[in-house]
Design a protein around this ligand. Sequence first.
Ligand SMILES: C[S@@+](CC[C@H](N)C(=O)[O-])C[C@H]1O[C@@H](n2cnc3c(N)ncnc32)[C@H](O)[C@@H]1O
Ligand code: SF4
Length: 376
Amino acid sequence: MKNLGVYVHIPFCLSRCAYCDFVSSVLKGDASICTYVEHIQKEIELLAQNGVFKNRVVDTVYFGGGTPSLLKTRYFRSILETLRLNSREEAIEMTFEANPATIDIEQLQELKSMGFNRISLGVQSLNDKTLKAINRRHNAKEALEAIEMAQKAGLSISVDLMVGLPYQTNEDIKTFVDEVLKFDVKHVSVYMLSLEEGTPLKALVDSNKIKVSDDDEKVELFDYASKLLKEKGFVRYEVSNFSKPGFEAKHNFKYWTRDEYIGIGLNAHSLIDEERFYDKATFDEYYKDLDEGRLPHVLEAKLDKDSIKEEYIMLALRTNQGIILKDYFEKFGKDFIEEHKIAVHSHEKELNISQNSISIKEEYLNVLNQIVIDFI
Ligand SMILES: C[S@@+](CC[C@H](N)C(=O)[O-])C[C@H]1O[C@@H](n2cnc3c(N)ncnc32)[C@H](O)[C@@H]1O
Ligand code: SF4
C-alpha cells in the first residue's frame, strides 16, 4: 500500500484580492457551488473506476482554493463521503484553507467533527491600510478573531503572511508575529509578494499609483519575519514555511518529497505513477469531460529517470531535511556526493553536509535557485 495525498480545489472567492491570479472566480450563488461539488464527486468516482485509489491509502486531505471556507459544511460532507466510499481514507492530517472573512465558529466546529484537524488562514497582514489596498475582505481585528475561533474549535492553526505589500514596514511584520503568536499558532507560511501579470495590483504599480517593495526590500522583510519566528521557536523547514517542531504541513511536504498526490477540481495538479498531470482549468471544459464520463486530465509529463532525479534534487533542497543520502542511493543507485562532487565542493560554504544528508543552510535559502542549478 502506498500513501496518497488528496487535494481538492475550490475555485470560488467572495471577491478577488488585488495581487491574486489563482484559478478562482467570484462566487455568483449557491447553485454554482452545488454544480461544482457534484462534478468533484463525479471525478472521485471516475478516479476510483480508473484504479487511482487501488493499493493506496489516503493519509492527507487538503482543501485549497480559492476559498474553501465559502462552502457550506454540507458540501464538505458530501465530498468527504464520496471520497470515503471510493477510497481507503485514513487521513492523519486534514486541512482546509480559509479566508478570515468567511468563517464562523459553528462551521469550524462542524468541520472539526467531520475529521478536519487543521486550518490554513489567509491573514496576509495586520495593517488595515495594507489590507484595504490589496482588497482583502477583512481587517486586522477580524483576522485575529478568526484565529481565536479556530483555536476554540480545536484546530491546528497555520497562517499566511505576505511580505512586500503596499505600506508594509518592519514594524508591521513585528506586530504580525507578536499578535498572531498570542494564539496557539503552530505554522506560518511567509510568501514574498509576486506581482502577477493581469492583476489589479500590477496595473496600479505600473501606473505609479501604489508602491510595493523592490526585491531587496522584500528579502529584508522576509529575513526579519524569519528572525522573529525563529526567536519564537519556529523552524524554517521549507523556503516559505515555518513551524513549531512536529507541526510541519504533512500534505504539503509530499510536494517536496515527491510522494504521490491526486488533485481533484479545476486545474488541480497530480503526481501519480511518475506522471504529472492536471485537471482542465475552465468550468466548461472540466464539466464537459466529466459529463461525458471522462477524467478531465491533461498530461504534463511522463517522467523519465533523469527528470525524476532532477525534480528530486530540486525539491529536496527546498527543505531542511534536504537530500537523504541513503534514500538517494536506493532510488538512483548512485552516491549523491560522488555524483555531484564539483557542485558539492563549490557550494561547501552554503551546505550542511552530514553523514546522512545534504541540505542548504537556512541563511542561503534565499539564493536557492543559484545553488540548485549547479546540482542538476
Ligand atoms: C488560496 S490562498 C489562501 C486562502 C484564501 N483564499 C485567502 O486568501 O484567505 C493562498 C495564499 O497564497 C498567497 N498568495 C496568493 N497570491 C499571491 C501572490 N501573488 N504573491 C504571494 N503570495 C500570494 C496568499 O498568502 C494566500 O493566502
Ligand atoms: S488570495 Fe485567496 S481570497 Fe484572495 S483572490 Fe486569491 S484565492 Fe481568493
